[in-house]
Design a protein around this ligand. Structure first.
Ligand code: URA
Length: 213
């Protein structure tokens, strides 16, 4: 399946799979859901940043001066799609505390499932930054495509999309429209239902994260 979308990766690490299964359980509390999402996000950040460039730097250890790798440039920007993206953002910031942060507010029209942007706040120097765009659920792909279009319009240097659960429909859409955007997910589920929810999925990620339902 993944060969169909060369830019798509499922991170099959047992810790991620275990924690995601707990998140799917309808009886998992809001507090537990939030904690698990934060923990998985930290692990997904590890995968999403695996190609960050390093530069040799002289460092004085207590015994001698030698050359060691440090991150080169560190021009990262995490962009969260409101509101559920905030759950991934928190975990990623634990690992990347000095990354810049942007927000894109997008909601799905419940009738047409089309993405409508209502908020945008990004760093001014996006053209010099590699962006990791985050949203837990890649469902129809409409929100992801709208957000990526906006980031490209503002000339982001590169874009990676990180989600928790992806539907084949969403992966196909994003990778067909933007073959240059890599997608990292913790799982690829079966399909969407008639309302655009992922099956089996975990329900509404925003509601479960914030306890709004
Ligand atoms: N958004 C969600 O929160 N859940 C889904 O299953 C699909 C989109």
């Amino acid at each position: 399946m993944q060969q169909q979308w060369p830019s798509f990766t499922v991170v099959e690490h047992p810790l991620i799979q275990h924690k995601l299964s707990l998140m799917r359980d309808r009886n998992t509390s809001t507090a537990e859901f939030r904690r698990l999402l934060r923990e998985i996000s930290l692990l997904l950040a590890y995968e999403a940043t695996r190609e960050l460039p390093l530069a040799a730097t002289e460092i004085d250890t207590p015994l001698e001066r030698a050359s060691f790798p440090l991150l080169a440039g560190k021009k990262l920007c995490l962009v969260s799609i409101l509101r559920a993206g905030g759950g991934i953002l928190d975990g990623m910031l634990d690992l990347l505390p000095s990354a810049r942060v942007g927000h894109i507010g997008i909601y799905r029209d419940p009738r047409t499932l089309q993405a409508i942007e209502y908020y945008l706040k990004l760093p001014d120097d996006l053209a010099e930054r590699d962006v990791i765009l985050v949203d837990p659920m890649l469902a129809t792909g409409n929100s992801a495509v709208a957000a990526i279009l906006r980031l490209k319009e503002l000339a982001a240097r590169s874009i990676k999309f990180v989600c928790l659960v992806a539907a084949p429909e969403g992966v196909a859409k994003v990778s067909n429209v933007f073959p240059d955007v890599s997608i990292v997910a913790a799982a690829l589920d079966r399909c969407l239902d008639a309302h655009g929810y992922i099956l089996p999925g975990l329900g509404d990620a925003g509601d479960r994260l914030f306890g709004t339902k």
